[in-house]
Write a protein that binds this ligand. Structure first.
Ligand SMILES: [Fe+2]
Length: 225
């Protein structure tokens, strides 16, 4: 099975000004693409060749195949976790689950940010649905993916420096401010209501993200404060 670079769910400049076109050119066209190219090289002619990306993420032993498969899966999920035109707040069902576990949506954001800021080195912070149906925050280094522990990803924040260094240098907190502006709560809600984890097949059935043309050089979703 040849793994393909999935399309971005929006134009490459759609996340401006929070994440620049230059960042997405580098992050999507170089890093994400690179993981897929490397994965195809690694699995060619091996027992892993016929496995789907998700099967590799769950079952491949720790090592280069897992690392590149998980990074490919994680990046596709991350792109869908962002949306330039989405709502600012979680919908009723996921909002209720967040309030039950964290108190308020603001308290959830603070808890999520605290985990993001505390992560040493590269990795991912996830909002997950646990096997018991509860909700939680997971920090996983490098290519970590919660599917391996039976948790369903709901939202992903990429904390590799390539995600934000062009725009924010070493200021991870500023990147997180941008991240909250872009979170795709509709995607989080879809993942919360889904009985099985997000897959490439599920992605193909998803509604495309609607993108509007920029106005006065700024995205129309931006509110001036
Ligand atoms: Fe990344």
């Amino acid at each position: 099975m040849k793994h393909l670079l999935p399309p971005l769910p929006y134009e490459i400049d759609a996340l401006e000004p929070f994440l620049s076109t230059e960042t997405l050119e580098c992050h999507y066209n170089k890093h994400h693409k690179g993981y897929i190219q490397k994965l195809n090289e690694l699995v060619a002619g091996t027992r892993h060749e016929g496995m789907t990306l998700q099967e590799l993420v769950v079952h491949a032993p720790e090592g280069p195949v897992y690392n590149n498969a998980a990074q490919a899966w994680n990046h596709e999920f991350y792109w869908h976790s962002l949306n330039p035109d989405g709502s600012d707040t979680p919908d009723a069902a996921i909002g209720k689950a967040i309030r039950q576990s964290f108190g308020t949506v603001d308290e959830f954001r603070q808890a999520f940010e605290k985990v993001c800021l505390a992560m040493f080195g590269s990795g991912w912070v996830w909002l997950v649905k646990n096997a018991d149906g509860g909700i939680g925050i997971r920090a996983l280094g490098n290519a970590g993916n919660p599917l391996r522990d039976g948790q369903h990803p709901l939202l992903a924040c990429d904390l590799w420096e390539h995600a934000y260094y062009i725009d924010y240098r070493n200021q991870r907190a500023k990147y997180l401010q941008a991240f909250w502006e872009l979170v795709n709560w509709e995607f989080v809600a879809e993942n919360w209501s889904r009985q099985t984890p997000f897959t490439q097949e599920a992605r193909q059935g998803m509604r495309p993200v609607r993108t509007l043309p920029p106005r006065n050089g700024l995205h129309p979703g931006i509110v001036h404060r």
